[in-house]
Design a protein around this ligand. Sequence first.
Ligand SMILES: Cc1cc2nc3c(=O)[nH]c(=O)nc-3n(C[C@H](O)[C@H](O)[C@H](O)COP(=O)(O)OP(=O)(O)OC[C@H]3O[C@@H](n4cnc5c(N)ncnc54)[C@H](O)[C@@H]3O)c2cc1C
Length: 661
Amino acid sequence: MAQTQQVKDLAAARAKTSFPVIDLTRYIHGSDEKIARRKHLASLISNDPDVKQGLAMSLRLYQLKEEHNLTQEEMLVCMDFIDEYLPVSLHESAFIPIIYAQGSDEQAKYWAPLAEKHQIIGCYAQTELGHGSNLSQLETTATLNRDTDEWIIHSTTFTASKWWIGGLGVIATHALIQARLIIDGKDFGAHGFIVPIRSLKDHRPFPGVKVGDIGPKSYGGFAKIDNGFVRFENYPIPRENMLMRFAKVTREGLYVKPPHSKLAYGSMVLLRSHMVRGAALTLARAATIATRYTTVRRQFNVPTSRKDASNPTLETQVINYPMVQSRLFPMIAQVYAILAAGNKMKSMYESMLSELMKGDISSLAEVHAISSGLKSTCTTIAATGVEDCRKIMGGHGYSYFSGISHLWSTYVPSNTYEGDNFLLTQQSARYLLKQVKVATTDPEKVTPFSKYVIKTIDQDAFQAERCSVETVNDWLRPEIQLAAFEHRAGRLVGDLAIAAMQEGMVWSDLNQECWRLCHAHSQYVLARSAVESVANVRDQGTAKETVKVLKRLSDLFALHTIQASLGDYLEDYYVSPSQCQSLRQQIKNLQEALADDVVGLVDAFDFPDHFLNSALGSADGNAYQHLWDAAQKEAINQVEVVDGYKEYIVPILTQYGAAKL
Ligand SMILES: Cc1cc2nc3c(=O)[nH]c(=O)nc-3n(C[C@H](O)[C@H](O)[C@H](O)COP(=O)(O)OP(=O)(O)OC[C@H]3O[C@@H](n4cnc5c(N)ncnc54)[C@H](O)[C@@H]3O)c2cc1C
């Protein structure tokens, strides 16, 4: 069959790529061996006929692990390729990691092998009907019965019912419950308990446990996962089922405080840092579809600076319109910046964990604050970006076959779970305020990503700071970019500190300031991670074309982000009107410079077609043909005359008598 124009267009755009795409695939996914293994894992999922329903998928996943001797990490990659939250998702992503992080060594030794061999299936149950974010007001209680050496788990009110719990509706045999620990009437606040829910013999709920499924979720998303509810009626569990790595309760009923009140944050850091990389890969997927489709979509035959002069009869590829570029290219830059921050987060988490095991808690507060802020900022960027990609693709973007709708409905609740994105900003802001205090008393102790607060102590000098850009190209200097991010976050933390000191000021009046500060700080972390990753890649001797394109992406991320918050910079005269103009010009320059590379940049993500599941974004570019084929396969198109013709269509057509044509 003759090649369609769309296939030719995508191939021609791909051929313009200035750097070896494999370099960036290695940068994103690791070594060649890892890339090949990933492809193999993707094929296991795409070629398997039994990967369909939620429960069947879960079983098949574990069978594949056994049949192909997959490691735990490889099985999690397969789970990503299934591209659905499964009844066992929380078992793998929360239950097992939390047992390791919050269980004592003996507890981990007992529970983890059972969970890893899925002889028990667990879930994580914090949220209740009445409270989710506010851990301190949870109403489920765990009261110690010294005589029987048991906890009595009880839902003290109707609103104490646990709700939203992934995996609990149908499959879980155990739940990791957050409940208020009570000894002799004294309330020690929320702690984690492993609570048996359903019998391992016949899967029936134990007496005293009422459990079920919460029903369908918004936008048809999360359809394969069984979010559930549970209530407890004076339900006894052994004392040893309380997770005791940090706080402990002895046989005598003595409560032993954790060495640091925030130690339990460790496991949240892990979940949130996974979400940072997840945000990058989600946006990468939408950007891949939008980039490929806008490369093959042609609309209006108007001159653009990038129009192919060799064939003047062809309409313009929509990706060549600067307006489309200004919406799409910064998103690709965001993906790469978030990936860099995700890598940074992972290494910070790993070193924090090894310090924690030795009893050193010094990095916990910073890692927790950064992971909360990045979770909020990055998942917000990704969810907004996925919807922006739909709009970038015009009408066809709204077809289910674009692949965007499934992505969006599955991804969008990430802005709410694992900490509501607005509430989380208060945690980062509180932490940064503390750093201002540290800066006044002991500047040496200010943590690495907060060093900029030191400059705010001398307010006169700080207020006199100005952006040092003189020429358009000065905007490409990383030290100038990072100085701007530092100044903005520094000013916002200074403003918050002053506001917080005002008499009669209550914290909740400052929520909006916290939000602005947290995002300013997270954007600084993203920009700095991107700059550092370019330097690392350069030091590793990567091809200079690859370094060049990564540098352009890092620049575009920084400058686009600064431009989006120019009001903050103008408010204290940090940038001048002429610098705003040169900033805009430099962003245009970068977009132009990246235009030949964007197809290569999204190819580098290495998403198999099966996983993209998009008629518009397939690697061959044959978008119209795939869209046509997908519609032909719809059940409604398998008959010439639809069901309901006689019942509904005939009466409509003949309400005023049949037409005589
Ligand atoms: C798809 C999905 C899966 C989930 N899976 C699980 C699970 O497996 N296990 C589990 O335990 N939970 C789960 N949850 C629940 C989820 O973690 C919580 O819903 C989430 O943490 C938000 O808490 P909330 O519902 O209490 O929100 P609320 O705290 O009630 O927030 C409501 C609104 O009030 C605002 N707000 C609240 N307090 C403040 C404040 N102090 N200052 C300013 N604004 C405020 C928030 O920003 C938000 O806009 C899931 C939720 C979803 C949607």
